[in-house]
Design a protein around this ligand. Sequence first.
Ligand code: AKG
Length: 279
Amino acid sequence: MLVSQPLLPMSTPSYCLTPEQQKFYADNGYLLGLPPIFSRAEMDRINAELPNILALLEPGETSKDIREWHEASTYLYEIAMHPRILDLVEGILGKNFYMWASSFFIKEPHTNSTVGWHQDAYYWPMTPHNSVTVWLAFDDVDEVNGGMKLLPGSHRGGIIKHKKSLTTSSVLTLELADGSDFSADNAIQFRLKAGECSLHDDRAIHGSPANPSDRRRAGLTVRYSGTNVKNDLAVNPNFKTYLCRGVDEFRHNPIGVPPTTRYGRPSFKAVSNEEAGKV
Ligand SMILES: O=C(O)CCC(=O)C(=O)O
């Protein structure tokens, strides 16, 4: 389907992070309590179009295989590049940053898939660590339907070696063990309404349990990095950047071409450190 009309209005009230929120993020590695990115009506429209993206999955694939489809789908690109989101990210990364990844974490009701404790940075061949994830809630998300948990301050403790997942329920193949690698005792429960988002640092330890509830738990992660961050193309050769704000004065990375089709999937697969056999 070619682009007909935009999914979302682009002229929006902007919200800038306060100095207190910026300090909280720097100290804790995450941010909650932000004003909604999208209204209920906007989220309804976004959710109504989600099946068109899921319909592009091939036999044997799951929603977890939707990685970097913003490169071929204006539906996802519009969300990922929406000014209300970019305003928040600018408050963390500063004037010059790009968007480079998007993926869904969808847990249907009564499903046992989990996300093992991990640090995103362990999976990504990117240096230095100057990346933030926006986790946009497509549903109301809480402790009942498998909402994410994160260990405050863990982004300041360095990158820990991950081991092969012990449980088959984790959608990730590498994880950290609560109790031996770290302690999750002080982990914070993320709660979001549909249309709200959280922010987290690429080194923060986080994960999420299964969804035993009657409610779906769907979120879209979009990843942004400062222009000083370089991807190792020997690991992830199809890496593409979309400049969000400012200028790319470093020119470390290839530049992507915005999509022109509402629902599409790229012909390549993104490659993590683990998938490339580097960790
Ligand atoms: O959705 C989740 O439960 C986990 C998300 C995640 O691991 C991430 O955003 O990096």
